[in-house]
Design a protein around this ligand. Structure first.
Ligand code: DLZ
Ligand code: SF4
Length: 508
């Protein structure tokens, strides 16, 4: 009897553990587009289009290799609507001896998956996802007994393990991390190389029509869809990045510019997180560019750190700490997510730009996510569950294993400092230094109070006041609290009044 190999939407990798020993003669591969996955959060239209198109292309590639693929499209009459019910239908109709699947990227799916064997009355083998560099066991061993789980130490272990940018036991250049060189602001006349823009073929056109029809009420625009949907396209996009943008990726990593959503960023996360690219091959190409003298060390080290350091680290934290992790709310933040996270209808130019770019591309780069929409949500005191859902829904690269630690931990400090040693709170002057947003804004970053003041300014101090009990003991916040301590009473009252008026205006 056939073995049924169930491949999920973010498992589009031919060497996937569940496919590795598949026999094209006897086995059947199952893939399905299901409403349970499109709607458990209301994903951005482009995210759904990207995944469906990438899934359909992957299925046809497997067929090209001689496999039989049972593929359920969203609008198929018999589509039962969930992973479990589609699997059940396939098991009943095909009479398979066993199901093989690779562990999912989200805890809720793993929980459901563990019940499939009993619920469906068939053997279900769940295999490790070894597309990651660090296994669950290795991360557990690393974390075991440590007081602080800092990324920097984990990263060094991954550098030693992979050998990237190493000279024997030492890091090339004598330092593990060159981030100090990676905070430059953009010169006025700098040009940005255009990223690779793949052609839209018939498969993608079909999917775009389906998504426009079925998900009209979801956030985001479909016009201009240009995400790579095959491995070949993803590799072309990667090569273009390595050749043209990697050399300046480091220097301008933290910069933001109005009307320039890409700058020198890689744009590989949707393809990487769906399995079209693998982490090791990406880093190998970047390292080769360094050794060929085509990209400097600060850029290549910073880039490789994102992949073998941060990405592996957040995955480790997610599986180490779930499900309790998602329930924490260290700062007791309870305000509702303002409506302008969906409409972009706000006078704060930085927020408007980032939300509009997110709506148009299902993408924003790291520093926009952390220091504009993230920083604002932190200062405003948005309830973590609401901002978590927003990030999970709106970005084409977002799955909970990567989104949750980044938002809940890094952005919102809701885990009380497991990921970061202090909250990434900043006033308007940081955004003004790293972007050109402020000069087109109704507010001024140099005004601290009143109608014209940048809301980030008074919300910053208001945040420190509201969270004094939780944060005052944090050594890295000592300077801020010392400044707050010296503040005159009438200044404090003015901050509180400005913040209260702002909360009232924005529906908090
Ligand atoms: C995100 C997503 C969406 C929108 N739709 C599907 C789908 O229809 N079929 C599918 O197999 N996967 C989809 N995904 C990705 C899954 O949500 C993802 O595999 C799980 O969250 C586990 O990471
Ligand atoms: Fe954003 Fe404040 Fe600058 Fe306006 S002034 S763009 S709100 S940081």
């Amino acid at each position: 009897m056939a073995v049924l190999r169930f491949v999920l939407g973010d498992q589009l990798t031919p060497s996937l553990s569940s496919l590795r020993d598949a026999d094209p003669q006897s086995d059947i591969i199952l893939m399905c587009e299901v409403v349970e996955e499109t709607d458990y959060v209301a994903h951005h239209k482009q995210k759904i289009a990207f995944l469906f198109s990438a899934m359909r292309h992957f299925a046809s590639e497997l067929e090209g290799r001689g496999f039989t693929v049972r593929y359920t499209k969203l609008d198929d009459d018999k589509n039962a609507g969930s992973f479990r019910s589609e699997l059940g239908r396939a098991v009943d109709e095909l009479g398979v001896s066993k199901v093989v699947v690779t562990e999912p990227g989200e805890f809720r799916v793993l929980e459901a998956m563990r019940n499939w064997e009993t619920e469906l009355g068939v053997d279900v083998e769940i295999r490790d996802d070894d597309r990651f560099i660090c296994s669950h066991n290795e991360f557990h061993t690393w974390a075991d007994g440590r007081k602080e789980l800092r990324m920097e130490y984990f990263y060094r272990q991954m550098r030693r393990k992979t050998g990237f940018l190493m000279e024997g036991d030492d890091p090339i250049g004598g330092q593990w991390n060159f981030d100090k060189e990676n905070r430059k602001s953009l010169p006025k006349d700098i040009e940005f190389p255009a990223p690779y823009n793949p052609q839209t073929d018939d498969i993608t056109k079909d999917v775009l029509a389906l998504v426009a029809d079925r998900f009209a009420d979801h956030f985001g625009r479909l016009e201009g869809f240009s995400l790579p949907v095959t491995r070949t396209q993803a590799l072309r996009g990667l090569d273009r990045f390595i050749d043209e943008r990697l050399p300046l990726y480091g220097d301008f990593q933290d910069a933001m510019k109005q009307g320039e959503p890409t700058l020198f960023h890689a744009l590989i996360a949707p393809a990487l997180n769906a399995g079209l690219l693998l982490p090791m091959e990406i880093c190998e190409r970047a390292e080769k560019a360094y050794h060929a003298g085509e990209a400097p060390l600060n850029a290549v080290e910073g880039f490789i750190r994102q992949i073998i350091g941060w990405r592996e680290y957040v995955r480790g934290i997610y599986w180490l700490k779930m499900p309790d992790y998602a329930q924490t709310n260290f700062l007791n933040a309870t305000r509702d997510l303002p409506e302008f996270y969906w409409s972009a209808d706000t006078d704060m130019n930085c927020v408007r730009q980032v939300v509009e770019e997110t709506r148009d591309h299902a993408y924003a780069h790291h520093i926009q996510r952390l220091m504009v929409t993230g920083n604002f949500a932190l200062l405003y005191g948005v309830e973590p569950a609401q901002i978590n859902e927003w990030y999970l829904a709106v970005y084409a690269d977002a799955y909970e294993w990567v989104q949750l630690p980044n938002t809940h931990g890094m952005v919102m400090f809701a885990d009380g400092g497991l990921l970061g040693s202090k909250p990434y709170a900043a006033s308007g002057s940081y955004i003004n230094k790293m972007s050109d947003y402020c000069k087109n804004c109704a507010f001024s970053p140099s005004i601290k109070n009143g109608e014209k003041a940048c809301p980030f300014n008074y919300l910053y101090w208001n945040f420190l006041m509201e969270n004094q009990a939780q944060l005052k003991g944090n050594r890295r916040m000592a300077m801020m609290y010392a400044t707050l301590g010296k503040m005159e009473d009438d200044k404090r009252s003015q901050i509180e009044a400005d913040a209260a008026a702002f909360f009232a205006r924005t529906g908090a």
